[in-house]
Design a protein around this ligand. Sequence first.
Ligand SMILES: [Zn+2]
Length: 78
Amino acid sequence: MNRSLLIPLILGIIIIFHVIRLTIRSSTHHFSCSECGENFQVSFFNYTFTAHSLDGKCSVKCPKCGKTNMLKPLKGKK
Ligand SMILES: [Zn+2]
């Protein structure tokens, strides 16, 4: 195989696995709003393009009160 193709190929595989992992996470986890207590799920798109902290928290916006907070994903659907 051409060596110059190897690095883009490996990067592509890593990105695909990351997207699959986020897709599964966004459909199997929910968030609980720290302001109003609303439980909600976010779409894969919102989940992927939001800010993530190192301890796994995501910056998500509550659909009920509109507050954006760093919330930890909780297991299970809402
Ligand atoms: Zn809320």
